[in-house]
Write a protein of this length. Structure first.
Length: 503
């Protein structure tokens, strides 16, 4: 069953506006469990290699994985480290076999995990040359093509060892629940996963560079994707080496047959259109001043306090115990804890991205803010952070969490969170500077930041949960945003019941 293609080509900004939730106007939608997306794809694989991550002796702590310092990568990339990166970034960390849900190391809207990972290797990391589908639910790399990706399809054009991961998104896997709004969730999820790959690579001592810009069609074709159903969203180059490996064109294109045990997915033409609207890569015009989204001038600007002592919380432990926790309490959070938390979130934010790549410019358009309460030494209110997180401007004092909960589809737990992070952008300005592709960039950047909040919360034993569901126009009114500016994503964090935080 598929719908006829009637949607006009949309710009990404128009897509966002078109998929706003309006109170009392969300059309009823019953979830069809006979079409529940399978947690992994299937192929008649050319070869299968079991993933054996051997994580026991990995001693990196969360701080090292997130601090954004350059990784020297002296040991070079090998198969074991590739397996570790895969397991730590997208491995199964909790299985509910009765319901067939495999919870992963990263959060995902609705627990649907629409993002997929593909590994391309040219033999340099001890993996036979080719492209592999990474099945992290069943635990193997499945060879789907003997010819590796031609890394020249990645827009920054840098030579490297040729080992890289492509993050794709399957429209229907998110649309099963979120329908036309699904592209938003795909991008946020892809951002979470991109950040998780970069952090995992750092934890195992490997360099990783995230790219948002490549020839969509070429890359999708090389992976054998059906562009109406699954699209490439990000590419992560692994390792530092500069050899170009074998001449890709001399390797025969031998691809595996996909197998699908599922009924044909419902198609939402608007999702494909929203993706295609951003096919062109535009060299950015950067804003002259800090991006502005709030209508009001700040009441006061203060320096964000620095965290005191460094913690040695194991990265592996944090990844395997991370969950979305919503049982927030209104307990006061000591200044030393929230200061350390903010430091962890902002230090290294956006690291692992080539600053010369057009997509990296999107960071300048994303405004991180928070609605906070019960933070020791700080007035409750709405605060906007500077790009580097060193200062915070108080936009308005007062209690806003209850209102935010109402705006976020009446999810009442939000009203108790100490910190509700908000990722805001003027989408018209984004599109003017970066073209329609800029929408992908800012959404993925927001997802990346969200992943950092989850990991920082895990380190400090705080609760955390992403929020993609909101009445969009009510959010703009609550925050008093300028025309064209929107709330892209929110993430709650703070003390939760039955869990102590370190102080
Ligand atoms: C982009 C995104 C949006 C989300 N939106 C919501 C939300 O609006 N409400 C909610 O309760 N959880 C939300 N979540 C959390 C997911 O439901 C959760 O990650 C998923 O169920 C998997 O559980 P886990 O995070 O505990 O592994 C969101 C997560 C992501 C990544």
């Amino acid at each position: 069953m598929s719908r006829p293609d009637t949607s006009p080509l949309v710009s990404a900004t128009r897509y966002h506006a078109h998929t706003c939730h309006v109170r009392n106007r969300i059309s009823p939608h019953s979830l069809d469990f006979s079409r529940y997306p399978l947690p992994f794809k299937g192929y008649e694989y050319l070869d299968k290699i079991p993933i054996n991550p051997e994580l026991d002796n990995l001693d990196a702590c969360v701080a090292e994985a997130l601090d954004g310092r350059q990784v020297e990568d002296r040991r070079g990339l090998d198969f074991k480290r590739v397996c570790q990166i895969l397991s730590l970034s997208y491995g199964v960390t909790l299985a509910d076999r009765s319901r067939g849900i495999f919870f992963r190391s990263v959060p995902s809207a609705g627990g649907l995990y629409p993002c997929q990972l593909y590994l391309s290797g040219d033999g340099a990391a001890g993996i036979d040359t080719g492209v592999y589908y990474c099945d992290l639910v069943q635990g193997f790399l499945g060879k789907i093509n003997s010819r590796p990706l031609d890394t020249a399809v990645v827009a920054d054009g840098q030579a490297h060892s040729g080992t890289g991961l492509v993050i794709t998104g399957i429209f229907y896997h998110a649309a099963w629940k979120y329908r036309e709004r699904a592209f938003r969730y795909l991008l946020l999820d892809a951002g979470h996963l991109g950040e998780a790959v970069v952090n995992a690579a750092r934890a195992v001592g490997a360099a990783a560079t995230l790219c948002y810009d490549f020839g969509d069609r070429q890359l999708g074709k090389r992976l054998g994707l059906d562009a109406s159903q699954e699209v490439p969203l990000a590419y992560v180059r692994l390792g530092h080496e500069t050899s170009r490996g074998p001449d890709v064109e001399t390797i025969p294109y031998q691809s595996a047959e996909p197998v699908s045990g599922q009924p044909a997915p419902m198609e939402y033409a608007i999702l494909e259109n929203a993706f295609q609207a951003g096919s062109a890569i535009t060299s950015p015009g950067l804003p002259d001043t800090d991006a502005r989204v709030f209508e009001k001038e700040p009441v006061a600007t203060i320096a964000v306090p620095t965290g005191e002592k460094r913690l040695d919380v194991s990265f592996v432990h944090a990844v395997f115990h991370r969950r979305s926790r919503r049982n927030f309490t209104t307990k006061m959070l000591p200044r030393s804890v929230w200061a350390r938390f903010l430091e962890r979130v902002f230090t290294g934010m956006g690291a692992g991205q080539n600053p010369l790549e057009p997509g990296a410019a999107a960071k300048a358009f994303l405004v991180p803010a928070m609605i906070c309460q019960n933070l020791e030494g700080l007035s409750d209110g709405i605060y906007a952070f500077s790009q580097d997180g060193s200062t915070m401007a108080c936009m308005e004092q007062g209690a806003f969490a209850q209102e935010l909960a109402r705006v976020c589809l009446d999810q009442s737990w939000i009203s108790r969170a100490a910190m509700n992070f908000l990722f805001l952008a003027d989408l018209a300005a984004v599109e003017a500077a970066l073209g329609a592709r800029g929408y992908r960039h800012v959404m993925m950047h927001a997802g990346r930041a969200g992943q950092r909040i989850y990991m920082a919360a895990q380190e400090l034993e705080l609760g955390c949960c992403g929020i993609g569901a909101m009445y969009d126009k009510e959010a703009v009114e609550l925050l008093d945003l300028q025309s064209g500016s929107v709330l892209l994503y929110a993430v709650s964090a703070g003390p939760v019941k039955n869990k102590g935080y370190l102080s």
